[in-house]
Design a protein around this ligand. Structure first.
Ligand code: CUA
Length: 371
């Protein structure tokens, strides 16, 4: 069977199209796609639907840069996809058309154009990005410095001027905050989505970040680097306060560390609860008294009574002789005895170094009081 003997298609051969009319309709389509690209690009950049407003002055500049990127990206997307769609529909093969497509061997003018335009756009964006980065990283003379320590699986914020540690980052409204960050163990990353601030926190070097919060409120801090089983719980908050309230808070932390709100001296157990919270033990352990619901390690709800039973157990291999020494051993040397059905090497091995002797005593007293 040859092609000639195949049945001819039912449709009648079309009259050849007028090339001038064809060129005209292509120009109209190109103009339409161009106008659509400009309008949609402008709308996407102007009303950026992907971001709600940032609450730091640096974040506002980052958002402005991102909106420009989004606008330009949208316009290019519409031009490319619009041209593609138009070509697919307009130049599709007719059912009676067995011709080869015309051989096209490049178009120098077009190639210069599509090289020059992206080069100009990218150069402009590089300059704008550099200017934005330089701007948001400029130190302010009145910036306050906070030292940040990341460890599995908690954040510690240290105010060196007042010798104050806090598990939550408190900062004054409208003042630049300079964070000097370091990790005690693995790589973490400090991320405040509302401020558009994100940077790795590493064991072998110090990293820095600056931000100026310009709206009072509480914003989440997230660890954004997978750092172990408790990674998902390695969260804290930034509390942005007017300067006088921040100063009061800092003063209370400095003077009142061992005094509770009512002015009563804190018991060792109450001080130990603060140590429990500061080290984010609740990320891995359940303890109702501390609102903790972690499931990685053993439940501590009645550790004050169960500790004494554990050391009586024939399976117990540690050196502890009473409940208090068992709790202490479990904190500073967690692999000495691992409760059945829990994996070894999950609890950090260095709490004996990172928690001070006094804090450790208080923590043991606190856990002993959980009956
Ligand atoms: Cu620290 Cu993830």
């Amino acid at each position: 069977m040859t092609y000639a003997s195949q049945p001819t298609p039912a449709s009648q051969p079309r009259a050849p199209e007028d090339p001038r009319a064809r060129a005209r309709s292509n120009r109209v389509a190109a103009l339409g796609i161009g106008v659509l690209a400009v309008v949609l690009g402008f709308l996407a950049g102007r009303f950026n639907p992907l971001l709600t407003g940032s609450t730091s002055s640096e974040g506002v500049k980052v958002d402005a840069l991102f909106s420009v990127l989004l606008g330009i990206g949208t316009a290019i997307f519409v031009v490319v996809q619009g041209g593609l769609l138009y070509s697919i529909i307009r130049f599709r093969q007719k059912s009676d058309d067995d011709d080869d497509a015309p051989a096209v061997r490049g178009n120098v003018g077009l190639e210069i154009l599509w090289t020059a335009i992206p080069a100009a756009i990218l150069t402009g964006l590089a300059v704008y990005s550099y200017a934005t980065l330089a701007n948001i990283e400029t130190p302010a003379p009145d910036a306050i410095t906070v030292q940040v320590t990341g460890r599995q699986f908690a954040w510690d914020f240290y105010y060196p001027d007042r010798d104050v540690h806090s598990p939550e980052l408190h900062v004054p409204l409208g003042l630049q905050v300079h964070l000097v960050m370091h990790s005690d163990d693995v790589i973490h990353a400090f991320w405040v989505p509302d401020f558009r601030v994100k940077k790795d926190v590493m064991p072998d070097r110090v990293t820095e970040v600056r931000f100026t919060a310009d709206k009072a409120g509480t914003y989440p801090i997230v660890c954004s680097r997978l750092c172990g089983v408790g990674h998902a719980f390695m969260r804290s908050n930034v509390v942005v306060q007017p300067e006088n309230i921040f100063a009061t808070w800092l003063y209370a932390q400095q003077t009142g560390a061992t005094v509770q709100a009512g002015g009563q001296p804190a018991t060792p157990a109450a001080a130990g609860k603060a140590v429990f919270e500061q080290n984010n033990c609740g990320a891995c352990h359940t303890l109702k008294d501390a609102n903790a619901a972690g499931k990685v390690g053993p439940d501590l709800n009645s550790i004050g009574t169960s500790a004494a039973k554990i050391i009586q157990d024939p399976g117990y291999k540690g050196k502890a002789t009473d409940a208090a020494s068992y709790i202490r051993e479990s904190i500073v040397e967690p692999n000495a005895y691992v409760v059945p059905n829990y994996p070894p090497n999950v609890m950090p091995q260095n709490f004996g170094q990172t928690i001070s002797a006094k804090d450790l005593d208080n923590l043991v007293q606190y856990l002993l009081s959980q009956k």
